[in-house]
Design a protein around this ligand. Structure first.
Ligand code: C2E
Ligand code: CA
Ligand code: CA
Length: 766
């Protein structure tokens, strides 16, 4: 800033000096003529020698000054500006010297006694001074010095001469000199003022330039889009940011572009509000002016006034791009309300919609329903094929279900393999609504008829669906979902791939499920689990040849809980892995104890039930082998009971694993034969050692001949396949006798022994 002011000062001085130098030729030529005329007029009346000297000095000085003028004229502007002080000094000293030269005439060329010639000197000094004093009048000191040089010699001369008239003339010259000084002063002030004015003009202009520059960079480089528009809503100017916003490379493309071309009335109103001398605000979507790119903007408009500030010429709009902000918020909302994997509503959104549905259905008297869907055996699928494939199945299921419902229905993923469908509006008749809901549930179930695809292979799956109709009494959304869930668990219990509608007494069982699930996780630490052993006997001679290990849970408050109840729950929750490991470890420990009895291990085997999820784990063989090695028992003492379902799901993998373990010495028994896929032809391909006919067949054997015949045929086929046959669930002597007529090898059942604690079993066999 200081530099700027210095340069303004310099600029004004420079302007002043330029003004003086440029007017110099006129002055100099005037002086030259004056000099010549003066010499001519005084020729003869003054000393000629003096005159020649004076004339010569004057002419040389004239040339000298002219040379300065010439130099000034040809010097470049920059140097003149830099050296302006030298030029000023040069000019002033030249002027002073010229004053001295003219003042010297009173000494060198004063014609004594010739009053006429004396008057000529007075007039000339006066005239010449007048022409010069104007130039130096701005500097008071200089003016006085100049007057001193040019007038004082004359005044002294006049006052020294004898005679009243000289004294009078001297006084007149003094008076004239004073007048001249006064006039020059005045003139000088005028010059000074005008130069000051000029200077302040330059200064104002300079600060205006700075202001404009600042405004321009503010406008141009502002991080928000700015544009002006006229009454016709045409763009007059815009800054770089606004061009960027519109993906515009060339400003001209936007000039005169109309912004009235929008279907967004809210936006248009903000543009127009300026003509009511009002400001406008708009926040929302915005289509790029040159393409169809979609943005979100925050726009403010203010009136653009004319120079007087009275009439509105148009508007100024400030546009902030908030696209990213809006998108980020949108995705937060999306993540909060939608399931990331399947892109359908999540529980939160479902509950939201459920609340609204309750309100509306109560008000408008119609029924709505919720279907609670849980995929069957999904955990097993996840364990077997990995989570990626599991996710893929969830997506497939989602797509298929979406096809069976209408737009107004909400399919939501509640987590894991649990989904819900909200049917917000059925009819105002309960029975009709009930039928509709069941029909939709049946449609959902039917999507599983077509096998799902996993890595190019068919996978048969199913679902259990619970249905609940509302509104009833004080139903809230939580209750409603809970009841649908309860019905779903009933469907699972009833054998899966089924639809069950909620009934009042179902609530208890779900609560029980949840409690069992929680308590089971503490059962191992609290030492509530124990292995029981049910002896297996030779059908013909009744000798105990082995036993089946069966788990028991002594619940601290509920008493004995059947494995039929908690094993499926452990499967569902994934806790089965830990539980199953505990079972293997404990059974093998017991086998070790039996081996340590006097006479050693006298049985053929102890059978352990292995859950399919556990068996299909890749590290199952290693786990079992390392337990056998840890407790140092013979692998031959173990028989693994698995169900045929495990094999059917992945026959190659299962067979491979069985062969590996069989080579190690372990035996295999097919449990629950007859209840599942039961294709005997498969059996020839699978390396089982024995087959357990499911107790449902054995329990009925003594009812009628047909049931017995069925069992006999199974035994026959098994024998043909070289399998030992075990009959479980032998309740009565009659059943045993029926079996004794066949080639069945082994039996177990309450008739002989119920499952018993290890201690009791040890006593029994020793
Ligand atoms: P399962 O493997 O079919 O076991 C046979 C079930 O039949 C046992 O029930 C046994 O007590 C019962 N049972 C034996 N003889 C008779 C009889 O004469 N009449 C009747 N009505 N029942 C008889 P439990 O111990 O309640 O086990 C039920 C199921 O729980 C088992 O069926 C098995 O699937 C599962 N389970 C039991 N213990 C284990 C285990 O340690 N591991 C695994 N993975 N599952 C187990
Ligand atoms: Ca079993
Ligand atoms: Ca069984």
């Amino acid at each position: 800033m200081e530099n700027d002011l210095n340069s303004i000062e310099r600029q004004t001085e420079y302007d002043r000096i330029t003004f003086f130098y440029l007017s110099l030729p006129v002055v100099l030529i005037g002086h030259l003529f004056g000099t010549l005329l003066f010499s001519a007029l005084l020729y003869g009346s003054v000393n000629t020698y003096n005159m020649i000297v004076w004339l010569a000095v004057s002419l040389v000085f004239f040339l000298y000054r002219f040379y300065h003028y010439y130099q000034f004229k040809h010097e470049n502007e920059y140097n003149k500006m830099i050296n302006y002080k030298i030029w000023v000094d040069r000019f002033y000293s030249d002027t002073l010297v010229s004053g001295v030269i003219w003042g010297s005439t009173a000494i060198l060329m004063f014609p004594t006694g010739d009053i006429m010639s004396q008057m000529i000197i007075v007039i000339f000094i006066f005239a010449i001074s007048f022409s010069s004093m104007g130039n130096i009048a701005a500097k008071a000191g200089l003016l006085l010095l100049y007057s001193l040089f040019s007038f004082v010699p004359l005044i002294i001369r006049l006052l020294l001469l004898n005679g009243q008239q000289y004294t009078n003339l001297g006084l007149v010259v003094i008076a004239l000199m004073l007048i001249l000084i006064a006039i020059s002063r005045y003139f000088g002030n005028v010059v000074n003022n005008s130069l000051d004015n000029y200077r302040s003009f330059i200064e104002t202009k300079h600060s205006l330039d700075i202001l404009q520059e600042r405004f321009f960079s503010l406008f141009e480089r502002a991080p928000v889009g700015i544009f002006y528009y006229n009454e016709k809503l045409e763009i007059l100017d815009s800054n770089a940011c606004f061009l960027d916003l519109n993906d515009c490379k060339d400003k001209n493309e936007l000039m005169k572009h109309s912004i009235s071309n929008t279907s967004n009335t809210e936006l248009l109103n903000s543009y127009l509000s300026v003509f009511q001398n009002d400001v406008g605000n708009y926040r929302g979507p915005f289509t790029s002016l040159l393409s169809d790119k979609q943005l979100y903007i925050d726009l403010n408009t203010v009136p653009l006034l004319d120079a007087n500030g009275s009439t509105v010429k148009g508007g100024i709009a400030i546009v902030k791009d908030i696209t990213e902000e809006v998108n980020a918020k949108e995705s937060i909302v999306r993540n909060a309300y939608y399931d990331m994997l399947t892109n359908i509503p999540n529980r939160t959104l479902l509950m939201d919609r459920l609340d609204k549905t309750i309100e509306l259905s109560v008000k408008e008297h119609y029924f709505a329903a919720i279907l609670y869907i849980d995929l069957d055996n999904f955990k097993k699928l996840n364990e077997t094929f990995g989570h990626n494939r599991g996710d893929f199945v969830l997506k497939q299921v989602t797509e298929r279900i979406l096809k069976t419902i209408e737009i107004r229905d909400t399919l939501a993923r509640l987590g894991g393999d649990k989904f819900a469908i909200l049917l917000p509006k059925l009819t105002n008749n309960y029975d009709f609504s009930f039928d509709r809901a069941k029909k939709i549930a049946a449609n959902v179930l039917s999507i599983f008829k077509e096998p799902l695809k996993i890595a190019g292979q068919d996978y048969h799956s199913g679902a259990s669906i619970g249905v609940y109709l509302f509104p009833f009494e004080q139903d809230n959304s939580y209750d409603i979902l809970k009841r649908a869930e309860t019905a779903m668990y009933e469907a699972k219990r009833s054998g899966r791939n089924a639809i069950v509608c909620y009934q009042k007494d179902m609530g208890d069982s779900v609560l029980e499920y949840i409690n069992i699930n929680n308590d089971l996780r503490k059962a191992i630490q609290n030492d509530e689990l124990e292995m029981y052993y049910q002896p297996q006997l030779d059908v013909q001679n009744g000798r105990i040849i082995g036993a089946e290990a069966l788990i028991r849970w002594r619940h601290p408050t509920k008493g004995m809980i059947s494995p039929d109840k908690f094993i499926p729950i452990a499967e569902e929750s994934g806790y089965i892995m830990e539980l199953s490991h505990w079972i293997m470890d404990n059974v093998i420990k017991d086998i070790k104890k039996l081996s340590n009895l006097p006479g050693g291990f006298k049985l053929q085997h102890i059978a352990i039930n292995i859950n399919s999820i556990h068996f299909l784990k890749p590290n199952f063989s290693t786990e079992l082998k390392s337990l056998i090695e840890k407790h140092q028992i013979s692998a031959n003492y173990i028989e693994v009971e698995i169900t045929e379902g495990v094999i059917m799901e992945n026959i190659d993998e299962a067979t491979k694993k069985m062969k590996e373990l069989k080579d190690y010495g372990i035996k295999f028994s097919m449990d629950d034969f007859g209840t599942g896929y039961s294709s005997l032809s498969y059996l020839s391909r699978i390396p089982f050692d024995s087959l357990k006919i499911d107790q449902s067949f054995i329990l009925k054997m003594d009812n009628n001949d047909n049931d017995a015949t069925l069992v006999y045929s199974i035994i026959d086929i098994a024998k043909n396949l070289n399998l030992k046959v075990v009959a479980e669930g032998v309740n009565t002597l009659k059943t045993l006798e029926l079996l004794q007529k066949s080639t069945c090898d082994i039996y177990q059942g309450y008739y002989a022994h119920k499952p018993m604690p290890f201690k009791e079993f040890t006593k029994l066999i020793s």
